[in-house]
Design a binder for this molecule. Structure first.
Ligand code: PMP
Ligand code: GLN
Length: 412
């Protein structure tokens, strides 16, 4: 367990950039690692296994519903004017039905659900609503970059629980040591980006019971909920003692392969949703109506649709993990999500970050160094790890497998 105090003397935007490791020593701000490596991939015509987005769109039917909603005129089912701040009633009802069907949760569409502009806005609004300057916020590490940026913006003190290669299971003692008295918020992410870990029931119980002991709230980012390869997803809110203190995030981006639509949602206790809503209404006021209408239909798809998504991703994982292993890398066994982690030291490379900047040009592949997802003082534990995305078509992954065969040659 470690923490990085947030400097209070800098401007809020600098604190956000510092939180996400994007502030240069000369005061310059770097783009996010996703943007930077996607640009490099485009420049060199590389296969982009860096930024996590699918290379096929979600269901045609959902695209048609969004299109129809855009085409209809005001008063004729048209949704081109402001949607309600909480989200379209049809989508909120659909979120409630989906939570009941998959997890047996009983939510009220008027009090327990807030639609957001992607899970990203849900993360921002939740942290800004709940974290005061000096409050301790605990995340797992590696962590998704926007948590750190928003903790920095809110002036929180960011402490972490390490997930260490190769199994990435957080140790109970680290959980206990990190979630101390004075902790305001614990951010959980399961299934986890970047490691592909689905946190075990034991780990979640430990986190929830510590949070309850010290009176901390929980923000659980479950955007990969439908991409668990073996067995059902275990939501944090289903753990005993969690529901009354937990806000849960979902996203149409991952569930329907529509990452550009930016439709997300937050569910949880009415008083917490009210708090998050009061910030959300001044961030975006409301989110895009036509896309919400389509996602409302998507969440009602039968179970086979959702299973199909996990099956497709599992097949992609199998192709990519096999390719990385035949290239000589040691690779994790991701249980869920979009990503696999490879240790490049098994081929003699020491600095995965330096390698990530060479790969697009020299191998025609882009990947993200895991050190981009940790605090600077933790980077040494992750310096030889690269994250590869497998949310791509099979022919693209096969071509990546061909290119990876040349990876050992880059050592000379
Ligand atoms: N949380 C995690 C863990 C993610 O990986 C992502 C996106 N890749 C998001 C949140 C953001 O979701 P959205 O695109 O819905 O804003
Ligand atoms: N969530 C995506 C990833 O982890 C990237 C989203 C972004 O670029 N902010 O790759």
């Amino acid at each position: 367990m470690n923490h990085q105090p947030t400097p209070q003397t800098t401007a809020p935007w600098q604190r956000a950039a510092t939180g996400a490791n994007l502030l240069g020593a000369d005061g310059s701000i770097k783009p996010t690692i996703f943007e930077e490596l996607t640009a490099l991939a485009l420049e060199h015509g590389a296969i982009n296994l860096g930024q996590g987005f699918p290379d096929t769109d979600g269901p045609e039917e959902l695209k048609r519903i969004a299109e129809r909603s855009i085409r209809s005129a005001f008063g004729d089912g048209g949704l081109n004017q402001y949607a309600p701040g909480l989200g379209l009633p049809a989508l909120r009802d659909s979120i409630v039905d989906h939570q009941r069907r998959f997890y047996g949760r009983d939510l009220d569409a008027g009090r327990n659900v807030l639609v957001t502009t992607g899970a990203t806005e849900g993360i921002a609004a939740s942290i800004l609503a709940l974290v005061s300057p000096g409050d301790r916020v605990v995340t797992l590490s590696p962590f998704y970059d926007s948590y750190a940026a928003m903790i920095g913006l809110a002036g929180g003190e960011h402490a972490t629980v390490g997930m260490r290669w190769p199994d990435f299971a957080p140790a109970d003692e680290e959980i206990d040591a990190a979630i101390t008295a004075g902790t305001r918020l614990v951010i959980v992410n399961t299934p986890h980006n970047p490691t592909g870990t689905a946190l075990s029931r034991g780990t979640l119980e430990r986190i929830v019971s510590r949070a309850a002991e010290v009176g901390a709230l929980i923000l659980s980012d479950e955007v990969y909920e439908h991409l668990v390869f073996d067995g059902p997803h275990l939501p944090v809110a289903a753990i005993e003692g969690a529901a009354e203190r937990t806000l849960t995030l979902g996203s149409a981006g991952k569930t329907f392969s529509l990452t550009g639509w930016k439709v997300g949602w937050v569910t949880g206790p009415a008083e917490l949703i009210t708090a998050v809503r009061s910030v959300k209404q001044f961030l975006s006021y409301s989110s895009g109506g036509p896309f919400q209408a389509a996602v409302a239909q998507g969440l009602a798809y039968d179970d086979a649709y959702f299973r199909g998504q996990a099956d497709r991703l599992r097949a992609g994982r199998d192709v990519l993990v096999a390719a990385l292993r035949s290239a000589g890398l040691t690779v994790s066994d991701p249980a869920a999500g979009y990503f696999a982690i490879a240790d490049v030291s098994s081929l003699g490379f020491e600095d995965a970050s330096a390698l990530a900047y060479r790969l697009p040009e020299e191998l025609g592949i882009a990947a993200i160094p895991v050190s981009a997802f940790v605090q600077p003082h933790e980077a040494r534990h992750y310096s030889s790890l690269l994250r590869f995305a497998f949310c791509k078509r099979e022919d693209v992954l096969q071509e990546a497998a061909e290119r990876l065969k040349r990876l050992p040659e880059l050592m000379v």
